[in-house]
Design a protein around this ligand. Structure first.
Ligand SMILES: Cc1cc2nc3c(=O)[nH]c(=O)nc-3n(C[C@H](O)[C@H](O)[C@H](O)COP(=O)(O)OP(=O)(O)OC[C@H]3O[C@@H](n4cnc5c(N)ncnc54)[C@H](O)[C@@H]3O)c2cc1C
Length: 395
């Protein structure tokens, strides 16, 4: 089988890119992956989205399948903050409306071939594609701190590991980290009947919400914050325009990304934290199995015996960790600290190999880590492919 463009991944980026590419006349696009799989299987049940309503739209050429259109079509008012199940349902609705033909299978390997790339599936079936858009998300980039490496999944898991928090009922659980997913997991485990302690390196949890507090001053909030609400005052406006980011010196661009992604929790979590123990300014030096429990030793020498540690310890982009990219291909991609150096049209140094989502933030800034970056990415990529000729035989 052959196609012009293979899109690998059917999350927010893969679906949005596919919606735009399908609009290019004569372009044969094949989309691989279970729709919204990361959101369905790797986020805690009961989670609420951190991103506000205007930052939660997938992108299609006519803006016809926005979150508003979804809630109108379903004749239901979606609560704010948006519940995880509503966002998953929106993604699946979007897919059925505008990207109906999806091949849900996983691609196990991508190899360079004479006229593009060969994609290999688990059953050995092969596809030929002139271009490949990798929209495979951040799951393989989950960071496990050294102290927790090698522990069995019964004792320690990254937050992206599983969605079922009810398994922690009656258990002692240490949650490591001060980002949204760590803090929200802690709240959900506590509410499910777990005995939770949150251990964070910072002197205190950083709660988001300046934008909301400034709303009372009316348009002033909009001067400093974009509607996507990514990043602190001022930076928020800059990073909301991904094309502007590259005009800043590299050190400043990196600082924008660090600031916009620094660990923080939504203000609506504060009330849910009233009865949760937080241990600030501490980190785990060692974590060892002790029978069926896990023994943690903290930097002050104190110890904890817990049933499980949930690691909300973030993600570090490194595309060589994508299991479907063999070294022979990933070594040809010019990398900067694990990020592919991409050019116009999200194309890497390997012609025809494109990266969207978090890996693209090296060029286009922190918006690419979030759903609100899909519109820019999908439109820019489609423009590039429409103008550079990606159909069979024309590249
Ligand atoms: C707990 C948590 C909460 C978050 N909350 C928010 C939020 O509120 N707002 C927000 O904007 N962002 C949030 N994010 C970030 C979120 O992950 C990204 O915004 C979003 O998922 C990016 O979309 P994506 O398409 O790049 O990645 P994904 O959603 O991860 O989609 C990638 C898809 O590719 C598929 N795939 C991977 N490998 C293959 C393969 N070999 N073959 C076929 N398919 C493959 C995966 O199954 C997956 O479905 C959150 C992240 C986490 C972990």
């Amino acid at each position: 089988m052959a196609c012009d463009v293979a899109v690998l991944g059917a999350g927010p980026y893969g679906l949005s890119v596919s919606a735009h590419l399908r609009n290019i006349k004569g372009l044969d696009v094949h989309v691989f992956g279970e729709p919204m799989d990361f959101w369905k299987s790797h986020m805690p049940e009961g989670m609420l989205l951190r991103s506000p309503w205007p930052a939660s739209n997938l992108s299609d050429p006519k803006n016809a399948f926005s979150f508003d259109a979804y809630s109108d079509a379903k004749r239901q008012k979606v609560p704010i903050p948006i519940p995880l199940e509503s966002f998953v349902d929106y993604g699946l609705w979007f897919q059925k409306q505008i990207v109906p033909e999806i091949d849900p299978r996983k691609v196990t390997r991508i190899e360079p071939s004479a006229d593009g790339f060969r994609l290999i599936l688990a059953n050995g079936e092969q596809f030929q594609a002139r271009r490949v858009v990798i929209a495979a998300g951040i799951a393989p980039f989950a960071q496990i701190p050294a102290a927790f490496q090698g522990l069995p999944a019964e004792l320690a898991t990254h937050v992206s590991y599983g969605s079922n928090v009810s398994r922690f009922k009656g258990k002692r659980v240490a949650v490591i980290g001060a980002g949204q997913s760590a803090l929200e997991s802690a709240a959900l485990i506590h509410e499910a009947g777990g005995d939770v302690e949150v251990i964070i390196r910072a002197p205190a949890i950083h709660w988001l919400g300046w934008r909301q507090r400034m709303q009372k001053f009316g348009p002033l909030a909009n001067i400093f914050y974009s509607r996507f609400d990514i990043g602190p005052a001022g930076v928020s406006r800059i990073v909301a325009v991904p094309d502007s980011v590259k005009y800043f010196p590299r050190g400043v661009q990196d600082a924008f990304r660090r600031r916009a992604l620094r660990p923080a929790g939504s203000r609506w979590l504060i009330d849910r934290f009233k009865n949760i123990k937080v241990t600030p300014a501490h980190y785990v030096e060692s974590a060892k199995p002790a029978g069926e429990k896990l023994q943690l030793r903290l930097n002050d020498g104190s110890t904890r015996e817990v049933d499980h540690a949930v690691l909300g310890t973030g993600y570090k982009v490194d595309i060589t960790r994508y299991p479907f990219l063999p070294a022979e291909l990933s070594q040809k991609v010019t990398l900067v600290n694990g990020f592919p150096r991409i050019g116009v049209g999200f194309e890497s140094s390997v012609p025809g190999l494109h990266f969207v989502g978090a890996p693209a933030s090296w060029r286009y800034g922190p918006l690419m880590f979030f759903v609100c970056g899909t519109d820019f990415a999908a439109r820019r990529l489609a423009l590039h492919m429409a103008s550079s000729g990606s159909r069979n035989g024309s590249r």
